[in-house]
Design a binder for this molecule. Sequence first.
Ligand SMILES: Nc1ncnc2c1ncn2[C@@H]1O[C@H](COP(=O)(O)OP(=O)(O)O)[C@@H](O)[C@H]1O
Ligand SMILES: [Mg+2]
Length: 251
Amino acid sequence: MEPIIELRGVRKSFGAEEVLRSLDLSISKDAVSVIIGRSGSGKSVLIKHIIGLIRPDQGQVLIEGQDIARLDERSMASIRRKFGMLFQGSALFDSMTVEDNVAFPLHEHTRKPRREIRDIVSAKLAAVGLKDMEHKMPAELSGGMRKRVGLARALALDPKIVLFDEPTSGLDPIMAATINELIVRTQAEFGATCVVISHDILAAMSTGHRLFMLYEGRIIAEGTPEEIQEWDDPVVQQFIHGRTQGPISIA
Ligand SMILES: Nc1ncnc2c1ncn2[C@@H]1O[C@H](COP(=O)(O)OP(=O)(O)O)[C@@H](O)[C@H]1O
Ligand SMILES: [Mg+2]
């Protein structure tokens, strides 16, 4: 099957630091793909390449077969409409109500009338379990609720691809499980391709159809949760079992 997202030979450095070192990655449609790796390994940098917020120094970033690596901003804007993204830390506008946060991409990218936007917002809020929360301010919400508002906003334009950067970090285990269930439902009910970045190996195992491990700038393992569990590489084994002893240096 044709991948919906494909990275080929992507290199990215910041100053002297090589973050991505000729990275290849192929993500198939209509599934939940989870990219795991240590903090600081370049997961956020990788996901920002997929949505065109960071451009590679070298290599290709193909979205539905179109290379966006060197696309001008104008064409990039139309590519970005294929995406919804839940940022690490939710990235809500604190001075806006929940309703205005979720409505924001609809006002930015469509000419839909206010009334229709209001209906879409309340449907998306209901879908993430936040019915009738329109008039709350972000500061009044718990971390898990903020994530869900972020997810409702990411889904506002019915994107083909939804990206999640550390969706459960900082949440208690029950709220984390709720968010993980929402990710699985987002894929199943909206038919979106979901790409999740996580350092939480248990969450990755329970939500991902396919797992990818990022290490030293490359994808070093790829497979189903069962395949990753059995992966014959001491780096992968150390990471998934959270061992302090092994080839990964604890800096
Ligand atoms: N815009 C940037 N400018 C300079 N360095 C960056 C930038 N973004 C990320 N980095 C560096 O790239 C490395 C990987 O960061 P990141 O992708 O955020 O890691 P992760 O998400 O896996 O924790 C880090 O060393 C970070 O400091
Ligand atoms: Mg990150």
